[in-house]
Design a protein around this ligand. Structure first.
Ligand code: AMP
Length: 215
C-alpha cells in the first residue's frame, strides 16, 4: 500500500504505520525518525534541523524534499510505503504530487487519524521514545510502559521523553499543525484521496484502512 498518514502530533501515526507494515510489508518512512537519527549522528542535516525541532517548528521544506526525493526511490519502497509525518505543508504536498508523477507512482490514499485534543495532549506528555536512532520504539508511561522503567524492551537503550515534548514545545507543535499541516486534509479531500478515521485506537484505523483497500 502507498499511504500518507495525516494527523496531529500524538494522533498515533507512528504506531499505525508500524502495524500496517505487518499487513503487506510496506515500509514506514518517518521524517521525524530520520531527522532525529541525523541529529544524534551529528550530520550536516542534523545540525541544520536541530534548532527547529527543539522549538517545535517545522524544518524548511527544501531540507525535507531533499531527503524524501531520494528515500522514495530506494528499492524497499517498491512494495509500498507509509509516509509518517510527511508531507507537513502544502508546498511539500504539491512537490510530492509532482515527484510521484515523475517516478510514476500512484498514491492509494491519505489517511487522517482524527483524535480529540485532550487525548492528544495527555498522550504527548506521557509518551516515551527509545533514544536509539535505529529503534525509536514508542511507549506510554500510563498505557504501554516499558517492562523496566526507562529502558526500551526491544533494544535495551534508554526510553526518554523527547526534547520537543516539553509542555511549551508540545503546544507550539500543535499550533504549527493547525496552521501548516491541517490544510492538507482539504488538499487530499479535493483530490478524492482522503480517508478520515475518527479514532482513539490504532486497531480501528488499521481496520478502516484494510476495509477501504479490500485487504
Ligand atoms: P515528528 O516525529 O513527526 O513529530 O517530527 C518531529 C519534528 O521533526 C517536527 O516537529 C519537525 O521539527 C520535524 N519534521 C518532521 N517531519 C517534518 C516535515 N515533513 N517537514 C518539516 N519538519 C518536519
Amino acid at each position: 500500500m502507498k499511504l500518507i498518514l495525516l494527523g496531529a502530533p500524538g494522533a498515533g501515526k507512528g504506531t499505525v504505520a508500524k502495524l500496517l507494515t505487518a499487513v503487506d510489508g510496506s515500509v514506514q518512512i518517518s521524517t521525524g525518525d530520520i531527522l532525529r537519527g541525523a541529529v544524534t549522528a551529528g550530520t550536516e542535516l542534523g545540525k541544520e534541523a536541530a534548532g527547529y525541532m527543539k522549538r517545535g517548528d517545522l524544518v524548511p521544506d527544501s531540507l525535507i524534499m531533499g531527503i524524501m526525493e531520494a528515500r522514495l526511490q530506494e528499492s524497499d519502497c517498491e512494495k509500498g510505503f507509509l509516509l509518517d509525518g510527511f508531507p507537513r505543508t502544502i508546498p511539500q504536498a504539491e512537490e510530492l504530487t509532482e515527484l510521484l508523477k515523475k517516478v510514476d507512482i500512484q498514491l492509494d490514499m491519505a489517511v487522517e487519524i482524527d483524535v480529540p485534543k485532550d487525548i492528544i495532549l495527555d498522550r504527548l506528555c506521557t509518551r516515551r521514545t527509545c533514544e536509539n536512532p535505529d529503534c525509536q520504539a514508542i511507549y506510554n508511561v500510563k498505557s504501554n510502559p516499558p517492562k523496566v522503567e526507562g529502558i526500551c524492551d526491544k533494544c535495551g537503550a534508554k526510553a526518554i521523553q523527547r526534547e520537543d515534548e516539553t509542555e511549551e514545545a508540545i503546544s507550539h507543535r500543535l499550533e504549527t499543525y493547525n496552521e501548516k499541516t491541517a490544510p492538507l486534509i482539504d488538499f487530499y479531500k479535493e483530490k478524492g484521496l482522503l480517508l478520515s478515521v475518527p479514532a482513539t485506537s490504532s486497531d480501528a484505523v488499521i481496520e478502516a484502512v484494510k476495509k477501504k483497500l479490500n485487504l
